[in-house]
Each structure stands twice: as C-alpha cells, then as structure tokens.
Design a protein around this ligand. Sequence first.
Ligand SMILES: [Zn+2]
Ligand SMILES: [Zn+2]
Length: 360
Amino acid sequence: MIDAGELDPLGFVTDDLAARGALVETGEGHALVVLPAAVAAELGIPEAIALATDAREGYIGCGLGAPLLDGLIASVRATVPVASVTWQAEPPKLAVAERLAERVVVRNGVADVLGIAHGSATYVAGVFAWAAEADDRYEGLTLVAAHAGTTSEPDGEVMAAITRLIAGHDPRVIDEREARGATGAATVIARRAGEAIGPRLDEVGVAVARRRDRERDRIDEYFRSLVGEAQRPRRQVAREAIEARVAALRAEHASKLRDLASRYTLRVRLEPVALVAIAMRVAEVRLRLRRRKGERELALHVPPGARSPDALACVACASTTRAPLLCDDALHVLCESCAPDPNGRPRCPACRSSKGARSS
Ligand SMILES: [Zn+2]
Ligand SMILES: [Zn+2]
C-alpha cells in the first residue's frame, strides 16, 4: 500500500478533465480549468474553475476526498480505462537476478535455480480509491500490481517505480493502444486491493467502534438517570403515570440505540481509478520446486530495479508469499497465513476443488 501523498490527485483531476475536453493550465500545486458547459453541468461545478491540491480561498480543492475528486472517481467507475504502456527500463543483470532467486525459501521443500534468461513480461497495475464512512469519513488511494500471467507480485522497489511511471515521472515509457491479457490479472488485483486496505480499515473500524461505545455509554447513562428520576418522583404521582413515563423513556432509549448502530456502521467502497498494463524486460528464472518425491517447475520473474524476485501467488487466497509452503499432491504454492505450520500437512483448496471436479 502506498501513501496518498505519492499519488497526485490534482494531476489525476486535470488529466481527467482534459480528457473530457477541458482547457487546463497547470502551475505549482494549482491549475486553471475551463470546462465545456455540459461537463461542468454534469459535475455540478462552474465552467471556469481554479483547482488546488488543498482547498483554499478562490480554489476548489482536489485533495483526496474533495467533492470534485469524489465525483470524478464515481464517474470513471463504469468505464475504467486500461492503458497499455511499455516500460523501457533495463532488465536486471542475470547474475544479480540469480543471486536474488536463490534467496527464495520453500518452507517444506527445496528450490533450485534451473536456468535464467532475459524475457518480456506484462504486469497489470491498478490504482484503487477507497472510502470508509461511518460517523466520519476516511479515504485513500492504494496501488496494487500483478504479473499478468502468474499473478505474482513485484517487490517494494518495483512498486515505487510503477507509481512514478503511472504518475508520468518516468521518461522511459512508450504509450501503446491495446491492453491485451489484462483482464484476468485485473480481477486478481481488485481482490488484492481489498486485502491491501485491510489493515487501514481495521484501524478505522477500531476508531469508529471506540467512538460508538463512548456514545452508547453516554446515552445509557443519560436514560438510566432519567428512568431513576421518573421512578422516584419528588411529589405524589400516580403509579400508572410513572409506569407510562418509564415505558416512554425505554422506547426512546431503544430508538436512540438503533440510530447509533446505523450512524456508526462502517460502509466501505473500493473502486478502480485506473488500470495500466505495463510491458517490460525482466529476468526470468526457471525454478524447480521439490517436496518429498514430487517436483515441479515454476517461472519466477525479477523486474527492473527489484531487490527481490516477485512474490509467488498463493493458490488459496489473493495474497502472495516469498516463503511458500508446498502442498503434498501437486506442490501448489501456499502463503504463510493459509498454511502457517511448515511441519503440518497443508490443506490445499486447489487440490480439493480439482478432485471434486473429477469426482472419482
Ligand atoms: Zn494464502
Ligand atoms: Zn495442491
């Protein structure tokens, strides 16, 4: 996951508006935009606007969560563009890639490097906008990427390079038109984006729950004291009147708690903002995995600038791993959370489903 600060909301907004026919003049941290009337009407903004990274006087803010950016993200939802580019970065030297590949640790078996060569590979990267809303609103952008064929995941160095590339800060990029073979990996990265924002959503959930509990305690305490007062009136009151008053307070209390539950329910949205298929030259390592009497071969990729080979896709979840556990039957790759115990006999969902399909 990357910080919102590394992406450029202003650039995203002005690019999008330019694509809709706007005239854009950009400066440092701000931009002047003249929009076609129909587009301005659709977005609910004036035809001539001044945009800035932060909202300030005379400018419309397009930092994350600004209404304009929200509107744009919602309107690209239906037609997420899959751009296709070629990244002309030098692939890693073979000797370097081989040393990196030798660091792959199979937790319950052995990995040997059989061969290594330069080749081409396509990665699909997606920028996703997420928002979590309860009594307060939290949001951010996250970038995920996967090898289009194997859905393995590049390391942090490569992800940073892809971020620069998407932001337009890498001159070694050639634009192309078609984005072939991107759809399968796009599905995987959408699932992976969901996982990427998981830890952040956990924090958000804890903060929301804390405020909800504090508010509930306050409401409970308030009604407890009102009911107490109603039950011990200072002057003579008919018992029926007391009971009616207490019943009314209990009903109001219950209704306040229902409101509370809906106000503090976390609603999460995750939407792709852009998908990019990136073709590049990589070092491709042929790896042999062995476990007991079984063995299989696997392609492992090392993209330009990587400090580790791609993490391998887990067959049981959307995650990846650099310390795989192999299943007994087919030597499928399982990640640390799906198969935490290296000494156990891992349950492999990929084997189970193929056995079920054959039904023999
Ligand atoms: Zn897994
Ligand atoms: Zn298996």
